[in-house]
Design a binder for this molecule. Sequence first.
Ligand code: HEC
Length: 267
Amino acid sequence: MARVDERRQAYASYKEDVQRRGKPFYPYAMFHDTVMSVVVVAVIVALACIWYFDSNEEPGEEGAGILGPRYTEKADPGTISFIPRPDWYFFFLFYLLRIFKWPESVILATIGVPTILLILLISLPFLDRRRERRPLRRPVAVVAGVLVMISMGVLTYKGGTVREALGATAAEIDTWFQRNNLPEEARPGAEFFAETCTQCHTYLGSGSANLGAPDLSAVGATGRNVEAFIQIMREGPGAMPSFATQPEENLRAIAVFLEASKGPGGG
Ligand code: HEC
């Protein structure tokens, strides 16, 4: 009972203090907020105008403008090899998803961990009811806060610097070379292939089969030469997209790799 009384008293004296020395929210605080909001919006609009009128319309043109170019690359709605990346402030979540591998544990990263942290955050005022505010007297809160900041920093850094996973890992590509007895000159092509083609084609168990694309582990045994494979990539038979916009040397490298792929024991 004594504690409740104590609190009531504290609240009453707080109210009295506001009465005596404070200013009411309306109109004083409200006016501050309004002015500040207008300033922020005006700055954003001004920056947008400077960026827009100071930059060139076509990508790659000289003189990008002080706030950067309007486009770095024109959007290509037909792209099939685009690897989506989040904005930098989501890199930590993005990297968390890499640590928790799909599909067994991904539910932990997307729902489990954030929910637990949110519940902890919401219950914090009920768990820690001391009035102490000096950081040195609150070791648990300070350590927890610092740890969260450090881990978010590290995750953001790692998320920002990871090399995008190839469709097949380097180790998988190595096994292709052993099992299919591929010549070393097929290496660059194998890497392009792993990046671009394994979304639809399987190769010695790597990649995923989509749109009914055939397995290409032994496609070199069908008697087609490098030119024929380049032709296929340019045309894009059936449901396969055309790769005609890819640099010629990439297509040629992939074609060399395909021609050498004669199945396990071949070559
Ligand atoms: C979006 C899915 C998709 C992607 C990406 C894709 N392909 Fe295909 N590919 C297909 C489909 C579907 C077929 C079967 C087409 C048909 O109906 O004949 C095919 C057929 C082929 C064939 C003919 C196979 C045969 O034995 O006749 C080759 C060779 C081939 N693709 C190579 C590639 C290469 C190399 C790449 C990467 C540069 C690639 N594909 C990317 C879907 C894809």
